[in-house]
Design a protein. Structure first.
Length: 130
């Protein structure tokens, strides 16, 4: 501004900036001319660290979960338990009777509850009941 003979206030109006911002930029350029305006090949240390962290996060997001969990935690599958599978395991493993017994007990409990719910619904909608 002073090299061209233009006042800082006039330059701020011409650039559509606040005068305080332009003064701060001039002060930063005077204090550290190399790092005052990053982006021309020069980058502040904080911005370089943030950029490195962003690239590391992008790499971790791109990495599949299968390669992350075996080294960083338990790789326990989340099985879907179905009654058919439970009965098939009990049938194929006759040497382990608890598998067949657990399938029988769970199926018996579910059918008993289904009968009770059916009876309750029938009693609730029975037109002959007072």
């Amino acid at each position: 501004m002073t090299e061209r003979g233009v006042a800082i206030a006039q330059a701020a109006r011409d650039l559509d900036l606040a005068e305080s911002v332009l003064r701060r930029w001039i002060r930063e350029a005077a204090e550290a001319p190399i790092t005052a305006f990053p982006g021309n090949g020069q980058q502040r240390a904080e911005l370089a660290e943030i950029a490195a962290l962003k690239t590391e996060v992008a790499k971790l997001k791109a990495e599949p979960a299968q390669t992350f969990w075996p080294t960083h935690g338990p790789a326990i599958p989340n099985p879907q338990i179905f009654l058919g599978e439970l009965i098939a395991q009990g049938k194929s493993n006759l040497h382990a009777p608890w598998l067949g017994i657990s399938a029988f007990v769970s199926l018996s409990i579910m059918l008993t509850l289904l009968v009770f719910v059916g009876e309750a619904v029938r009693d609730a909608f029975d037109p002959r009941k007072n």
